[in-house]
Design a protein around this ligand. Structure first.
Ligand code: KMH
Ligand code: ZN
Length: 286
């Protein structure tokens, strides 16, 4: 694997997701103005990337390029944070609807590296489909749009899918892989150190990694990820609590906490422009 420069950490904030609702945590940003305002707060705290899911007026997950475009424009009026859209979408979206966000020209997009079966919420028992053919179709579309994929890996077999995309020449270096832990509820790996170190052992030598601990695993594995030279992802998409029994009151609080920990480890949060350079992406300055 490729490690980040030791004095830097790239922080992604995933603010909204597809599963969480205001009934679970009233502070989840759902509407474009809420998502943009929260992204700006997170940027001010040190986030370099914002991972975006869009919702319609009723708070339902949508693939609408118009809504994604509105969110992007509102964020861009305020700051240069890297915009990463979700192509994971939600259970209500078709495969085609999941890639509509690319028409809104994000800089990055998530690319889910295999199929899982939902075990939570109304869609329990339905597959979250990401066949090899789907993955290739998604990545080809991203390549057409010049979008850098963040490959979402939920278990060890998905690392093989990463290697297959590399062998087929479908992605560019440095490869960027999100290692997900603690999402046992969807057939994904639970968070433990053995799994984390096995992920790292089998990660492609030209790949950088992001560490995503779900729920209670978020802060612990973000810290561990930084120590191991990775980027980190925090936010209410995957963790609605600040600590046990206490709901998070903003995404920015979760970013601020990980920045404090990073500084204790001798790392500064990478600015969006530094992150673009590290990840081999185009500068916004041209
Ligand atoms: N919530 C993460 C575990 C996506 O949006 O494409 C997975 C995720 C995938 O963020
Ligand atoms: Zn997501």
């Amino acid at each position: 694997m490729i490690k980040l420069p030791p004095s830097r950490v790239i922080i992604t904030v995933a603010q909204t997701g597809a599963l969480v609702t205001k009934a679970m945590n009233p502070h989840i940003p759902e509407q474009p103005h809420e998502i943009a305002a929260s992204a700006y707060e997170c940027y001010n705290e040190g986030a370099a990337i914002v991972h975006i899911h869009a919702r319609d007026k009723d708070g339902k997950t949508t693939g609408s390029a118009d809504i994604f475009r509105d969110i992007h424009e509102k964020i861009r009026r305020k700051c240069d944070i890297i915009i990463q859209d979700s192509t994971g979408g939600g259970a209500n979206l078709t495969i085609e609807q999941r890639t509509e966000c690319l028409d809104a020209y994000p800089e990055m997009a998530s690319l889910n590296m295999g199929t899982l079966v939902r075990t939570m919420g109304e869609a329990t028992g339905t597959p979250f489909m990401n066949t090899r053919a789907d993955i290739e179709a998604f990545v080809k579309r991203m390549n057409q749009f010049g979008v850098k994929p963040e490959m979402e890996v939920y278990n060890l077999s998905m690392l093989q899918e990463v290697n297959i995309l590399i062998e087929k020449g479908l992605i560019q270096k440095p490869y960027y892989v999100d290692l997900i832990l603690g999402m046992a509820y969807q057939g994904a790996l639970e968070a433990n150190l053995m799994y984390f170190s096995t992920y790292l052992q089998y990660l492609h030598p030209d790949a950088m990694f992001n560490t995503l601990g779900v729920g209670v695993a978020q802060t612990t594995y973000a810290t561990m990820g930084m120590i191991m030279g990775g980027a980190v992802r925090v936010g209410m998409e995957d963790n609605i609590y600040y600590r046990k029994g206490e709901l998070a009151t903003s995404n920015a609080h979760l970013v601020a906490r990980i920045v404090r920990i990073a500084r204790e480890l001798g790392k500064e949060p990478a600015t969006p422009e530094e992150a673009r350079q590290i990840l081999g992406m185009k500068s916004l300055k041209g």
